[in-house]
Write a protein that binds this ligand. Structure first.
Ligand SMILES: [Zn+2]
Length: 240
């Protein structure tokens, strides 16, 4: 699952129209909402789990809950870091491919963008460390769930740091490029090009090793990077 941030833009407003969202709770003033596509996917998944028997149903439900907890925590990492700079997070939306923290004025300052982008994966790295400590105790019944918790967090933390836009690593790369070039528009364009190159490499690797998941995520990143390429808000912000 991809956990990325998004500034509020026309296309995101259309995709995340109010009707498509179901609010589940609100923490630190930031609501968490389920996208209708995610809700439908979960209902279908639970129907499938139901066919596997009671034990499997409980087991798979716990796995989904762990995954959701890690993903939502990742997004709140972004939201709380943004709050530190008085930057508003409109909401956190959970979709079938991951979570999105919709942050207002995300491009305000490269230093702030680095801190906000790193805060998400940092939550996962901290969870991973806590999980590894618990794993060492080999607690009966929960040992495998602790292993799963560690695995999810290390994958989520490291994967999101890949410098492909609009994932967290891509935002960090763009902010660093902004420091170097002192030009937001050039750094935006370079980071989009690097992202597209990385996505194409993943698609090739996916086909070479028959990894359908990698191909799907890489195509999704390519589409998102293309959408970000035409993001007009970047051109409106003059102050670094
Ligand atoms: Zn993130």
């Amino acid at each position: 699952m991809v956990g990325y941030m998004m500034s509020l833009k026309k296309y995101s407003k259309q995709l995340y129209a109010k009707l498509n969202l179901i609010q589940i709770f609100k923490l630190w003033g930031v609501p968490t909402k389920l996208h209708i596509s995610f809700t439908i996917a979960v209902i279908l998944l639970f129907i499938y789990f139901g066919t596997l028997g009671f034990i499997q149903f409980i087991y798979q439900t716990i796995m989904i809950m762990i995954l959701m907890f890690c993903l939502i925590s990742h997004e709140y990492g972004h939201a709380l870091a943004a709050k530190r700079y008085d930057i508003t997070t409109h909401d956190i939306v959970i979709t079938p491919v991951g979570g999105v923290a919709r942050i207002v004025n995300l491009f305000a300052n490269p230093k702030q963008e680095i801190v906000i982008a790193i805060a998400g994966p940092l939550v996962n790295i901290i969870y991973f460390c806590i999980g590894m400590l618990l794993y060492a105790f080999e607690i009966p019944y929960v040992h495998y769930f602790v292993y799963y918790f560690c695995l999810i967090n290390i994958i989520m933390g490291v994967f999101n740091l890949i410098p492909a836009y609009p994932m967290d690593g891509g935002r960090v790369l763009r902010a660093i490029l902004t420091y170097v070039t002192k030009d937001k528009i050039i750094s935006h364009k370079i980071s989009i090009m690097i992202s597209q190159f990385i996505s194409v490499c993943f698609i090739i690797l996916g086909f070479m090793y028959n990894l359908i998941n990698v191909i799907i995520i890489a195509v999704l990143l390519l589409v998102l990077a293309q959408a970000e390429k035409h993001d007009k808000t970047i051109y409106r912000i003059k102050k670094l």
